[in-house]
Design a protein around this ligand. Structure first.
Ligand code: NAG
Length: 187
């Protein structure tokens, strides 16, 4: 083998390994001794694999979960909690805002986030509408964003609060989509 072929083959092998471990978070997780395929599947489907794994790692019971419903109920619960945190955030902003139009739109957002609590559940599974139902929560947050944009109300902390909620939502939504896929494949 000449040196060119050797270099080429080495490069191909190196690239194959890099592709095999697409993200650092995933590689770390696999080496941590908990290769939970279910969680990897959920987190790959979410917007942010690393964030999703951090959420899962916050509970040992979830880290070793083998049932997607257990993971979904957990992810929905933490997202509902985040909805309340975000609702309180907007109510707090409303209580200190000076401009009446801003106060109104901030309260509106608090209401939209409060409403998402009633949407983040698995009630729609039997009727096959779970992911649609859960998606209404994201629509609500879009309504809040539209209202803010319409009133030209915004700040870094508002974007961070909404973006933070969306990261949790994306984890919960991934679990619901996976359950729904499994449920439909049974029939
Ligand atoms: C949030 O929603 C619940 C149930 O829909 C309602 O009873 C409660 O008053 C609301 N809380 C706030 C702070 O808006």
């Amino acid at each position: 083998m000449d040196s060119h072929s050797f270099l080429l083959i080495s490069a191909v092998i190196f690239l194959s390994f890099s592709l095999y471990f697409p993200s650092k978070a995933e590689a770390t997780f696999q080496f941590s001794g908990h290769p939970n395929k279910l969680l990897t599947q959920v987190c790959k489907q979410s917007d942010d694999f690393g964030f999703c794994m951090e959420v899962m790692k916050s509970k040992p019971r979830i880290l070793s979960a083998t049932n997607i419903r257990t993971v979904a109920n957990f992810a929905l619960a933490v997202t509902r909690k985040e909805s309340l945190v975000t609702r309180n955030f907007f109510n707090r902003l409303a209580s200190v805002a000076k401009n009446p139009a801003s106060v109104e739109v901030l309260k509106e957002c608090a209401t939209y986030f409060n409403e998402t609590v009633g949407m983040l559940n698995l009630d729609g599974l039997e009727g096959g509408t779970a992911s649609l139902d859960v998606h209404y929560a994201l629509d609500n947050v879009q309504f809040c964003e539209n209202a803010l944009a319409g009133a030209k109300v915004g700040s870094g902390s508002i974007s961070a609060a909404i973006g933070g909620w969306k990261k949790y939502f994306s984890v919960a939504y991934a679990t619901v989509e996976i359950i729904e896929d499994e449920t439909t494949s049974v029939f």
